[in-house]
Design a protein around this ligand. Structure first.
Ligand SMILES: *Cc1c(COP(=O)(O)O)cnc(C)c1O
Length: 480
């Protein structure tokens, strides 16, 4: 493909994408295919002679689209939102064109510098404490990670290194292995599975603190665990507090937990993967109170802030905690500015070496929506979730399971888990809307998450009518 064909095909592709987005509502949100559907539809090996662009684009509708779950359909209410906007898609095109690998400042100065500034812009939108910003050449700063899971892992590994150095400085005879055996990290029992996984990958114990009646981690349960574990000779070193849990969007009590972590010299990482985007609205900012106690904070603009995957924003108060933990300087990666103190080499902040120019997406989105546009977007979703909540509350057969704070509604039929499982099964086999469940303690619960950029009140109402009809079927079947 040469530049002139690229011009033509690029315009066709933009039309295809715009048509896809405009027509997405007419597509069945969840596909009909069975596992293994795709292999028989394509050749067993790559073509020896080139195919044409037409061949490929025709196959997109024939082979790919039938197996796509349409995450941006206004009838998609599963998981949490994943961001999508036209400015972000356009910026991603440019990112692909520049195609730099921004592991160090010298590897592409704009890639590094725009990221630093965008992370400050975003930090200011959230009113993050100044200690997390890079602006005044302080000790803090932000970095774009690929995912919240990576951010948690990076924080855990940095915390692990930090505590090992601290203990070895006091007692040089201690081996790393002897220390690691005793290290223990904590999160609430509602934390995302990626937290447990970070513990597995990091080779340290991770303990779940029982959450309270509102699914929040509280001081008393944490204190109890700390006392028990310290008495058993363990070394508490790391805590993940969650703001906006994946199951039910509950909030750990940072104002209680934070000071305990500080007093115990434990690294506090705050995971606000979904809810973080809402903190750009002054009326939701109080949910972030207590972040001042944290060592690192992370949320996903790629969930709810219109910046397409991947873009996970992580800030640390002391960037040397990260950069000192994993630093290696082979000759081929060295450059003349690296020790000037003026620049950032993001390769020291993350696990991979390579990194894309992801801040372009933030720059385009923040400028084309403006903070006000982004706030309006969040508010609209929160309003829609409350609309769904009030529909549910009007029907005495149903109950709301947790206070609705942002864009997620956890609800169920009053009655057994079996009847709720049957309802979810009917919903997801009808494929008009898509939901996923969760367990809250021993209860099977349906999650209704406001997801799509284009979802409106009419979609929410249609979804509710549909759920009610299926619920009537389930209840009738149960009586028979
Ligand atoms: C979605 C989610 C994650 C995982 O996010 P990734 O970016 O996919 O790793 C982690 N924590 C919470 C609370 C989440 O909701």
């Amino acid at each position: 493909m040469n530049a002139s064909e690229f011009r033509r095909r690029g315009k066709e592709m933009v039309d295809y994408v715009a048509n896809y987005m405009e027509g997405i509502e007419g597509r069945q949100v969840y596909p009909d295919v069975e596992p293994g559907y795709l292999r028989p539809l394509i050749p067993a090996a790559a073509p020896q002679e080139p195919d044409t662009f037409e061949d490929i684009i025709n196959d997109v509708e024939k082979i790919i689209m039938p197996g796509v779950t349409h995450w941006h359909s206004p009838y998609f209410f599963a998981y949490f939102p994943t961001a999508s906007s036209y400015p972000a898609m356009l910026a991603d095109m440019l990112c692909g064109a520049i195609g730099c690998i921004g592991f160090s400042w010298a590897a592409s100065p704009a890639c590094t510098e725009l990221e630093t500034v965008m992370m400050d812009w975003l930090g200011k939108m959230l009113e993050l404490p100044k200690a997390f910003l890079n602006e005044k050449a302080g000790e803090g700063g932000g970095v774009i990670q690929g995912s919240a899971s990576e951010a948690t892992l990076v924080a855990l590994l940095a915390a692990r290194t930090k505590v090992i150095h601290r203990l070895q400085a006091a007692s040089p005879e201690l081996t790393q292995a002897a220390i690691m055996e005793k290290l223990v990290a904590y999160s609430s029992d509602q934390a995302h599975s990626s937290v447990e996984r970070a513990g597995l990958i990091g080779g340290v114990k991770l303990k779940a603190i029982p959450s309270d009646g509102n699914f929040a981690m509280r001081a008393s349960a944490l204190q109890e665990a700390l006392e028990r574990d310290k008495a058993a000779g363990l070394i508490p070193f790391f805590m993940v507090a969650t703001l906006g849990t994946t199951t039910c969007c509950s909030f750990d009590n940072l104002l209680e937990v934070g000071p305990i972590c500080n007093k115990e010299d434990m690294w506090l990482h705050v995971d606000a993967a979904y809810a973080g985007s809402a903190f750009i609205c002054p009326e939701f900012r109080h949910l972030l109170n207590g972040v001042e106690f944290a060592d690192s904070f992370n949320f996903n603009p790629h969930k709810w802030l219109l910046v397409n995957f991947d873009c996970s924003a992580m800030w640390v108060k002391k960037r040397t905690d990260l950069t000192g933990a994993f630093r290696l300087d082979p000759t081929y990666l060295k450059h003349s500015h690296q020790d000037s103190g003026l620049i950032t080499d993001y390769r020291h902040w993350q696990i991979p070496l390579g990194r894309r120019f992801r801040s372009l997406k933030m720059w385009f989105v923040f400028r084309m929506y403006g903070v006000k546009g982004l706030q309006a977007y969040i508010r609209k979703h929160v309003l829609l979730s409350h609309e769904f909540e009030s529909l549910v509350r009007q029907d005495p057969r149903f109950e709301i399971c947790v206070e609705v704070i942002l864009g997620l509604v956890c609800f169920r039929l009053k009655g057994s888990n079996k009847v709720n499982e049957a309802l979810l099964q009917r919903i997801n086999s009808a494929k008009k809307i898509h939901l996923v469940p969760c367990h809250l303690r021993d209860k099977f619960v349906l999650r209704f998450a406001i997801c799509s950029r284009t979802v409106e009140s009419a979609h929410v109402q249609r979804a509710w009518e549909h759920i009610k009809e299926l619920a009537a079927d389930v209840l009738r079947a149960e009586r028979e």
